[in-house]
Structures are given as C-alpha cells and as structure tokens.
Write a new protein. Structure first.
Length: 250
C-alpha cells in the first residue's frame, strides 16, 4: 500500500508513540530491538524491519506496527495531533501519481590518489513495492569539468573497483580482500578493519579491466562476524570466488 501524502514530518512522533525511545540513534536513523533490526529514519520518514524484511513510509510504519489498515493508521495519527490534510479535487489527482524518487545515499568511486571519478546513487520514494521491500533504484553520475553540476552518466569515465586506495594498499601488504555484493556491504565489512571492495553494477559484473587491480591479491571469504555486521547495516553479500585471473586463498 502506498502513501499518497507526505507523512515524513510525523515519523518521529509516531515512532515515539508506538515504540518509545529508540535503543540507539545514528543521526536521523533510530534503531529499535536488541540488535537494532528495526531502523527508522525520522527525517526521510521511512523504516525498514530487517527481521521481517518489510519497510515503507510513515503510514506503512503505523500499519505494520499496529496491525491496522490505512484508515485506522490515519485515525491513529490524527489522534496523536498529526496534521493530516484532506485532499481536495486537485490533490486527489496528484495522489494518483507515484512520489518522486529522492537520493538517499551515495558511494564515491575514486582513483589511486583519492580523486573522485563518479558516484553511485541510491534513490527511494518512501514506498514499498509488491515484493514488500522499499522501492529503490540506482543511478551513476559524475561531476562536470568545472565541478559545478552533475552529469548523469559515466560515459568515458575510467572504471575502477570501489575503495581503490585501500585495495591497492591491501594488495601490497598481502592482506585478505573481500569482494562483496554492493558498496554498502563493502563499507560494513570495512568497519571491522577488514578490506572490502566491489564494482559498479555489483560483484557479479566485474569487468575485465578491473582484474589487474587484483593481481597477486588474497581474495577471501567473509567471516561470520563480517556477515553479522552486514546484517546490522541492512545489506548482504555472499562468499565470492576470485574473478578470472585472481588468486583465492580462502
């Protein structure tokens, strides 16, 4: 079920009313549960329940937590003092259109010196799709030569692995490198002090021109601790065998 009105401004009040104070706070993201499995973004007005693999906007959050329908959720929010606008004829027409996707997270790809090459952007509209997961899409962009605007393609931009400087240093030092499914998973593994990478489009689409970066690399499988950290960050990946031309020791 889709929110047709922006309820994001009410997420904090709703979360406090239903669940109370969060277990932890990370900026605008509130975590609930012993392992922070329920994440609530009070600024974006979205949530994701990792245990039940479901998420959505503020209205969906009320429905999910209270086990009620849309009408019941609206009544609950009205009872909290939330200002719920009543759609007029014009608003009713606008409500039929899906909310616009907004960029909620970016991952920067850099060269050997740390100079930015391009970004991967994750976009969401705060709704849940037919699969019960947050509707999302990904796009790539690069800065113009003067750095004043973004160009939403990477035509002619050099392809490199994610977290390239760390990857190069790890290969030189003989450290194990973990190849994950996506940038979010790489960042999660890196918080443990390990070295992780991926490539634009996912680890299943490693391009031939990236293979030289891994020459002589020890490409490993992730430990259970790495997988738990990925789960806590709401991302996942799987053990990866080395791409053609790489050495896998674990």
């Amino acid at each position: 079920m889709r929110d047709t009105i922006d309820f994001s401004q009410h997420m904090a009040a709703v979360a406090l009313a239903i669940l109370g104070e969060p277990t932890s706070k990370h900026g605008d993201v509130w975590r609930y549960g012993h392992h922070g499995s329920l994440a609530v973004d009070v600024k974006a007005g979205t949530f994701y329940d990792h245990e039940n693999d479901v998420g959505g906007g503020t209205l969906n959050f009320v429905m999910h937590q209270k086990g009620i329908d849309k009408a019941g959720a609206l009544n609950f929010m009205t009872g909290l003092g939330c200002n719920i606008p009543k759609p007029n004829g014009h608003d009713a027409k606008l409500a039929k259109a899906a909310p616009r996707f907004k960029i909620v997270q970016t991952w920067v790809y850099v060269d050997e010196t740390g100079k930015e090459l391009f970004e991967i952007c994750r976009k969401e509209n705060g709704l849940i799709g037919e699969d019960g997961k947050l509707e999302k899409e990904y796009m790539q962009r690069r800065k113009s030569e003067d750095g004043k605007e973004y160009i939403y393609n990477v035509k002619g931009v050099r392809a490199v692995p994610y977290r390239l400087p760390e990857l190069i240093a790890a290969v030189a030092q003989g450290k194990t490198i973990f190849i994950t499914e996506g940038e979010k998973a790489s960042d999660a593994v890196a918080t443990l002090g390990a070295v992780a990478t991926t490539n634009a489009g996912g680890s299943k689409k490693i391009r031939n021109e990236l293979v030289p970066f891994f020459k002589g690399a020890d490409v490993g499988r992730k430990t259970p601790r790495c997988r738990r950290r990925e789960a806590a960050h709401g991302c996942g990946s799987h053990p990866r065998a080395a791409p053609a031309g790489l050495t896998a020791k674990r």
